[in-house]
Design a protein around this ligand. Structure first.
Ligand code: FES
Length: 316
């Protein structure tokens, strides 16, 4: 994974627990425009890599902004980023987009909870700038803890529906009502904590086709232990590699010198996705959509395995 060195040009306390960091290249060149909804890998001072959505203006080539919530039980990633100062240098990847906007959609419903507002911010900016029809439902504990709420209230007050201080158990009827009102041809985009994502995705799946539900997870799926794994083989460019029960595809391929890029190693970032030419993957990631998993044409090789004795893979 090629990394870019960036300097922190500005830090803003968006809420008591969320800071935003405006990043510019250390060599003074522009970072380039990005697609709304994209995220980057951020490698902080502890060398821990985490994925953060870009929430600056997608059409601004000079700087990227990421917002980081300080996690209560941070293993070093978010806490170390919160300790950074203006002028410090960190590394980021090129943007990747798992939440692409369907520009043919008749209407866009954005559902965000907590820090999940970050990808929705760039998507809302894009939709607003291009005159697209959308609504944004934003769930947060309070106005004070809702990052970027002032900006949204100022820029798109008619599109914004805030749901503040509502207990998780009472989210379901609000989500149902939001989706029930959707015009025909709407697409749903969701991001937030796992429980919120599961609730929205479950309700949306009752009435929306899978290809109209767009989501981005920042937590890994629970992985079974190696005792439940079976060995299989992977063929890549004519070479066959045995994958034992206690090793991942990517571990074996990288050890053999194959150039497979990785980042999260948890099945959430999409860096390691490869093409499946033959065989049936056993998907264990949180990055491919239900439709992509059912098609069986791609696999996240850091966590997923095989249902067949051999997978024939190619680079993505
Ligand atoms: S390395 Fe992130 S999905 Fe595999």
């Amino acid at each position: 994974m090629a990394l870019i060195d960036v300097r922190i040009a500005e830090i803003i306390d968006e809420t008591p627990t969320i800071k935003s960091f405006r990043l510019v290249r250390t060599d003074g060149r522009p970072l380039g425009v990005y697609q709304a909804g994209a995220h980057v890998d951020v490698v902080g001072p502890t060398a821990i890599t985490r994925q953060y959505s870009l929430c600056s203006k997608p059409e601004d080539p000079d700087a990227y902004t990421v917002a980081v919530k300080r996690e209560e039980h941070s293993r070093g990633g978010s806490a170390a980023l919160h300790a950074l100062q203006v002028g410090d240098v960190i590394s980021i990847s090129e943007p990747r987009n798992l939440l692409g906007i369907d520009t043919d959609a008749a209407h866009h419903i954005l559902m965000a909870a907590g820090i999940g507002i970050t990808p929705m911010l760039s998507i809302a900016r894009y939709l607003d700038l291009h005159g697209r029809d959308f609504t944004l439902h934003y769930f947060a504990r309070s106005h004070e803890e809702a990052a970027f709420i002032g900006l949204l209230e100022e820029k798109c007050p008619q599109k914004l529906h805030t749901h503040l201080g509502i207990p998780r158990a009472e989210h379901e009827p609000i989500i149902r009502a939001a989706l029930a009102d959707a015009p025909t041809g709407s697409h749903v985009y969701l991001c937030g904590p796992e429980g919120f994502m599961d609730t929205v995705a479950g309700i949306a799946a009752e009435t929306f086709p899978d290809d109209r539900i767009h989501q981005e997870a920042f937590t890994a799926a629970e992985q079974p232990g190696p005792e439940g794994n079976r060995p299989f083989e992977v063929e890549l460019e004519g070479e066959v590699y045995p994958i034992p029960a206690d090793r991942s595809i990517v571990e074996v391929l990288q050890e053999a010198g194959c150039g497979v890029d990785t980042s999260c190693q948890e099945g959430i970032c999409g860096t390691c996705i490869m093409t499946v030419l033959e065989g049936t993957p056993e998907h264990r990631d949180n990055v491919l959509t239900k439709t992509e998993k059912a098609a069986g044409e791609t696999i996240a090789v850091c966590v997923s395995r095989a249902l067949t004795d051999r997978l024939v893979l190619d680079y993505y």
